[in-house]
Design a protein around this ligand. Structure first.
Ligand SMILES: Nc1ncnc2c1ncn2[C@@H]1O[C@H](COP(=O)(O)OP(=O)(O)OP(=O)(O)O)[C@@H](O)[C@H]1O
Length: 766
């Protein structure tokens, strides 16, 4: 229920708003002046920097004075700089508050306190008497606005739970300093407000949901206890929105201790990064570190071609017993066991050459002997460090003998005068004899060239990682019974050969890349990222248990929030259901929380009710009661007619000013449709790679790039039996059709995909 407030109350609220805006503007003016003054002072300080410093380098004590004086000046300069920067940030907040001062008011009584009324907005604002005129939506007390109905409500302050009696909950819509609408509600967050927010047209960028966070979303946003927070939510249930709000919440809750650089988010593709990039800045926070899993892996393997999103999607081997096994936690555990075993034996090294390939400078046998010569208390990390140090020591010992060689003589003979001068310690250096000079120069030259060898050693160039990884794969059948995973011995051996052949071509599959790096990390005891405190993984259903375990290994101090919709698994397909079981084993069960979001906010009731019929398991998805047209299915005899249908659907959408995405199954068909449209003079922008930017206007894109995005209207192209027939493509179909907010058209020629078996009356046949 919601109630329109009385007119007199509205006037009172408008007067209050005017007062708050006045205070905001006044404070803004003061800050502006302070900033100008501080900047001015900082500028004049740095202009006169040396005037105020006693420059005196005569003796040690006075030059110490000089140094101190410089230091003091610098400190002063820094303070001024900091002052205006802090003020500048505050001014930016005030500017935001000027546009969106607050969106809600709650009245409540705390035990033993007076009745209070507070206003909630994007940031806190205090007047000169230290009265909080606006409370940040992330403040503990603000939680009652999202969580409770009128009556008794509990919120969590840092000291513990506090119960208050809430007597009023009022929502405002404010534009240009005027209250456009306001209503009181006794529900959690009234549908009225949500309806207004959801009815707005989509833009190419995501918006913050701060005004209308739902109770179950609020649980995700404000969770501070879980080591693993796992959110399973239907398409459009606000998972992505909730994480962005959660990041803003955490940055506020732990301000001073947590920076945006301590937070990392893994997202499905680059386009998606574009899509969400404004949400946090709009809330006054900086963006977190953001990357795709591919970037995370590929940047560490610059010399190899790591299978990308496109290749992964088109990969026909994705769903075999071997790939399922290599995606599993069991395989991760084998890689860990193999790593431990390397402490005793099994390491493979490379020769290190210098100048000639005929004879190694350090032979791999020598390195191996050295590596295992350290006692058994050594761990892998100490072993490699000690090996490196010893190799460098041996290298140094060989400088003198190398310096006496003929190639050095030749190089000395060819030196120009300038080159020679460069090698001397000082230009007028003298030597007792020609022999001494030759020895001196020889050593210099040997050192210069041997530096390359030193660099190789320091970069672990004596490891033979590709061979090591193949050796691991070959050891797998000895470590586990592959038959348990439905894999035959010959099949595995053939697979290992394939991986090896790919290595020769400098190619590596995503699956192997993660395991390869994990093995490398263990051998080198690579420093993991200890300063990452929160790790967010969106679209978790497209990760394997192996990858998640590897991320956990990389960010050992981070709390994890994983979000996904097992119905939209487009890479891992049906395997995704066992994912939660597998990863929960990595975390303390006491500190693991699973939250389900079942209500879908993105789409109209007609679209949500239609889409959920596609899912076989009857997952719980509730629609939000927003009305729109029924989805349309266009059955056409052939591709030509289908293209005509596409053009009329597109035209209707354009006339209704709806942004449309034409979503195809794969890249090849996206390219084909885009070409056909162009031929007919229709405009639609083809997005063929994840590195492209999102643009305004109609788009054509393959399913795997549409992940996580949403559009006013979606046209699913080519929904025929030929394209979508396997049961495990259900998730793909569901992902595509659930991108639509308001309108959905499905076009096919020939026979309709059996996966789109839907009840009459839930769609319109065209
Ligand atoms: N509490 C809310 N108030 C207003 N809008 C909301 C709310 N929750 C979600 N939405 C809107 O619903 C749409 C879908 O949200 P979002 O993209 O976060 O869902 P999702 O669960 O990540 O979806 P998917 O898994 O399909 O990618 C967005 O337009 C978002 O703004």
């Amino acid at each position: 229920m919601f109630f329109m407030a009385e007119n007199s109350e509205r006037m009172a609220e408008q007067a209050h708003l005017d007062q708050v805006l006045h205070e905001i503007d006044q404070k803004g003016d003061e800050l502006q002046k302070a900033i100008v003054k501080d900047k001015e002072e900082a500028r004049s300080l740095s202009a006169h920097f040396y005037d105020d410093i006693r420059l005196d380098f005569d003796d040690y004590s006075t030059s110490m004075d000089t140094a101190l004086s410089i230091q003091q000046q610098q400190l002063l300069l820094k303070e001024r700089d900091n002052a205006w920067q802090v003020n500048d940030r505050e001014l930016a907040t005030l500017k935001r508050l000027h546009v969106h001062p607050y969106f809600a008011r709650v009245d409540f009584t705390e035990p033993g306190e007076d009745h209070e009324s507070i206003y909630i907005g994007l940031a806190s604002f205090m007047d000169d008497q230290n009265q909080l005129l606006i409370y940040d939506w992330r403040a503990p007390i603000s939680s009652i606005y999202y969580d409770g109905k009128i009556g008794k409500v509990t919120y969590y302050s840092p000291e513990g739970p506090i119960e208050v009696d809430m007597s009023k909950k009022r929502q405002f819509m404010i534009e240009d300093g005027t209250i456009i609408n306001m209503f009181d509600t006794d529900e959690t967050i009234g549908d009225q407000m949500l309806m207004e927010v959801l009815s707005e047209k989509s833009s190419i960028q995501m918006k913050s949901i701060v005004k209308t966070i739902q109770q179950e979303q609020n649980k995700i946003i404000r969770d501070t206890n879980s080591e693993l927070l796992f959110v399973q939510g239907a398409a459009g249930s606000g998972k992505t929105s909730a994480i962005l709000q959660r990041i803003a919440f955490l940055l506020y809750r732990y301000r001073g201790n947590l920076r945006s650089s301590n937070v990392i988010m893994f997202s499905p593709n680059q386009l998606f990064n574009d899509y969400i990039e404004n949400v946090l800045p709009e809330m006054g926070e900086q963006n977190m570190v953001q990357m795709t899993y591919w970037q995370f892996i590929a940047r560490r393997l610059p010399k190899m071609h790591v299978q990308n999103l496109f290749e992964q999607f088109e990969d026909q081997t994705a769903d075999t017993a071997i790939s399922r096994f290599k995606d599993s936690l069991a395989f991760y555990k084998l890689a860990t066991r193999y790593g431990k075993h390397l402490n005793q034996s099994g390491m493979i090294f490379r020769n290190i050459y210098f100048r000639t390939k005929k004879k190694p400078f350090f032979a791999k046998e020598e390195i191996k002997e050295l590596y295992y010569s350290f006692n058994e208390n050594y761990k892998l990390g100490n072993r490699i460090d000690a090996t490196r140090e010893e190799l460098i020591r041996r290298l140094n010992k060989r400088i003198s003998s190398e310096a006496k060689k003929v190639w050095v003589d030749r190089e000395i003979e060819g030196l120009t005068h300038q080159q020679m001068m460069d090698l001397y310690d000082r230009p007028d250096q003298e030597f007792p004899s020609e022999k001494a000079e030759r020895a001196f120069l020889g050593k210099k030259i040997a050192i210069k060239h041997l530096a390359k060898v030193a660099r190789r050693i320091n970069h672990n160039g004596f490891l033979n990682m590709p061979a090591q990884y193949i050796a691991f794969l070959k050891a797998v059948p000895k470590m586990t019974d592959l038959a348990k995973y439905g894999i035959g011995a010959d099949e595995w051996a053939a697979h290992v050969d394939e991986v090896k052949a790919k290595f020769k071509e400098k190619e590596i599959d995503m699956r192997d890349a993660s395991a390869y790096l994990y093995l490398y990390d263990q051998i080198t005891a690579r420093q993991t990222s200890l300063d990452m405190r929160y790790c967010f993984i969106d679209e978790i259903q497209d990760y394997s248990a192996f990858q998640l375990a590897y991320l956990r290994y990389n960010f050992p101090r981070a709390k994890f929030t994983m979000l996904g919709d097992l119905n939209q698994a487009i890479f891992t397909k049906d395997e995704s259901s066992s994912l939660l079981k597998q990863i929960s084993g990595l975390f303390d069960p006491e500190k693991t929380k699973v939250v389900q979001l079942t209500k879908s906010y993105r789409s109209t009731k007609q679209l949500t009710d239609f889409s959920k019929q596609v899912l076989r398991r009857g997952e719980k998805i509730e629609s939000f009661n927003r009305q729109g047209p029924l989805p349309a299915i266009w059955a056409r005899k052939n591709d030509d007619e289908a293209i005509d249908a596409l053009i009329s659907a597109l035209k209707a959408n354009d006339e209704a000013k709806l942004t449309t995405a034409i979503i195809t199954k794969d890249l090849a068909s996206a390219e084909k449709v885009a070409a056909a449209l162009k031929e007919k003079g229709a405009k639609a922008h083809l997005i063929s790679s994840a590195n492209q930017r999102l643009v305004e206007g109609d788009l054509v894109l393959p399913s795997y790039l549409a992940k996580g995005l949403e559009f006013d209207a979606v046209i699913m192209w080519g929904a025929s039996k030929a394209a979508y027939h396997e049961l495990d493509e259900t998730q793909l179909v569901y992902t595509i059709i659930s991108r639509a907010m308001y309108k959905l058209d499905i076009i096919y020629s020939g026979e309709k995909s059996p996966l789109l078996t839907v009840k009459d009356g839930t769609y319109e046949a065209k």
